[in-house]
Design a protein around this ligand. Structure first.
Ligand code: SF4
Ligand code: SF4
Length: 483
């Protein structure tokens, strides 16, 4: 604390919140969570009205009964934790887009064909970005091999890598899925890396042999379902308009009964017609038996009939809040609840995440389509405009990748710079941004209030669990260790 007389301290950027009778700060520059002790509160009170000279801050603390040495220690700790700042800010250089960031996750779109005709589908619906004309409809072994080779060649230094199978309807190319599992395992044996598989499916093709294979090979499964029969059949239909619930539900039950080594998850796409979150959660979690249920709003232009309007999103938030509190009550008793929107956010808060980009797309994760084109993620597969190279033709085009990442970097999103939720949101999904604004780097400003409210709820839940059953948060340590 030399030359204290020249230094002016002020409160740094944080969000103050209370949980279970205790107070916390969510530190925006670092993404960390900091418990407010009486000493911290005293120091912050002194800075409430604006910047204060260092010597006056120390004197103020001494006047509140602290020794000079303790006051100095408090101020130093607060500065180092970024709870307070001086007039020069911090010495950190701004975070740059990372070059040669090792790949961790490969999403293989095994086919761009689907046996359902969901109106809102981002691949075939009104807002599709894919341009599949003239490209193969099914991936073959040559492309799959080159994709897996690309993953391992680009994932050096990673302890664990992931392959996710996607579609179209993934299981329409089940023979290739089986081949990739064998090939991927042989590559992982060579490199000594841990390889994990998962797939997303609409559930219609979950036959007994498929389920057996998934269970035996420990493959994580997410089934796209929109709730009980009426909600599910509103938009998840076959080409003849018939709903798919009656086909999918018994297959899901058989999957859950056989496949016990991984939590089987449901993923719900919320539309204007499907917003009864609590009822949907209850059905999928407790009547069908999914271990986890996650919700995401449909990605669509604002004027589509199925796009959720603001009023409905308010009701969704109220229901999310109720489910989040239920999650907290389970967590306090050490029990798993299954609302994965909460677990995903708690995991990020626990890891102290401060994102340069909203997600791993184009960074630690890429999608590859049947043609071998590399896309930032599964949602951009088969789009000429967004292709970042081809696994058969030299792999990743580093310039295109750099351009995509520079656009999506938080530093380029000026609207987000004063937002306290930016460590987790970082402007939101690139694909949604493209559908809404025609630019993958545009912040998703249509949901900001919603995102901030939801993040605030999750902070409170995190604080409650940290106070009442901190051991529950250990599970997130294990999740982090596999990243
Ligand atoms: S998109 Fe909105 S909520 Fe997200 S970081 Fe930017 S301003 Fe904040
Ligand atoms: S761009 Fe959007 S859809 Fe793609 S990985 Fe990121 S958040 Fe997911």
């Amino acid at each position: 604390m030399s030359a204290v007389a020249e230094v002016l301290y002020s409160q740094a950027e944080f969000r103050r919140f209370a949980a279970s009778g205790e107070e916390f700060l969510y530190l925006v520059p670092s993404g960390g969570i900091f418990g407010v002790s009486p000493a911290v509160r005293d120091a912050l009170d002194l800075l409430e009205a604006g910047p204060v000279a260092a010597e006056d801050l120390l004197a103020g603390l001494v006047a509140k009964g602290y020794s000079l040495a303790d006051a100095d220690g408090i101020v130093t700790e607060l500065f180092q934790a970024r709870v307070i700042r001086d007039q020069t800010g911090y010495a950190d250089p701004p975070q740059e887009a990372v070059e040669d960031f090792p790949l961790q996750s490969l999403v293989l779109n095994l086919t761009n064909q689907c046996n359902l005709s969901c109106q809102y589908c981002y691949e075939y619906g009104e807002d599709k970005v894919a341009t599949p004309e003239g490209k193969p409809k099914f991936m073959d072994e040559t492309v799959a091999r080159a994709s897996v080779d690309h993953l391992f060649a680009s994932a050096q230094g990673r302890r664990a890598v992931h392959i996710t199978f996607f579609g179209g309807e993934t299981l329409m190319n089940f023979p290739l899925l089986k081949w990739v599992v064998e090939y991927g395992k042989s590559k992982a044996r060579e490199t000594g890396q841990y390889l994990d598989f998962s797939l997303t499916t609409n559930g219609t093709l979950l036959s007994e042999p498929v389920i057996e294979f998934l269970a035996k090979n420990d493959i994580g499964v997410t089934v796209s379902m929109d709730g009980a029969k009426e909600a599910h059949d509103a938009l998840r239909v076959f080409a003849n308009g018939k709903g798919s619930y009656d086909i999918v539900a018994p297959k899901v039950k058989a999957l859950i009964a056989r496949h016990k080594s991984r939590p089987i998850a449901a993923r719900v796409t919320m539309t204007q017609q499907v917003t009864n979150v609590k009822e949907i959660f209850h059905h999928l979690r407790h009547e069908l038996g999914f271990a986890e249920v996650g919700f995401a709003p449909v990605t669509a232009a604002p004027d589509r009939l199925y796009t959720i309007q603001t009023k409905k999103m308010d009701s969704v938030l109220d229901q999310f809040r109720e489910l989040a509190y239920e999650y907290r009550d389970y967590a306090v008793q050490g029990k798993a609840h299954g609302f994965s929107n909460v677990s995903d956010t708690l995991a990020e808060l626990h890891a102290g995440i401060n994102k340069s980009h909203p997600c791993g797309a184009g960074l630690g994760l890429v999608g590859v389509g049947p043609s071998g084109d590399i896309a930032p993620c599964h949602r951009f597969v088969d789009s000429d405009e967004h292709a970042l190279g081809n696994v058969l033709e030299g792999g990743m085009d580093k310039w295109k990748q750099k351009e995509f990442l520079a656009k999506g970097h938080i530093g380029a999103k000026y609207d987000c710079h004063s937002c306290w939720a930016r460590p987790l949101c970082a402007g939101g999904c690139h694909h949604e941004a493209f559908v809404r604004y025609g630019d993958t780097g545009h912040p998703n400003l249509h949901f900001c209030d919603w995102i901030r409210d939801w993040t605030g709820i999750c902070l409170e839940i995190y604080g409650d669990i940290a106070v009442q059953n901190p051991a529950f948060l250990d599970a997130f340590e294990k999740r982090k260790a596999l990243q």
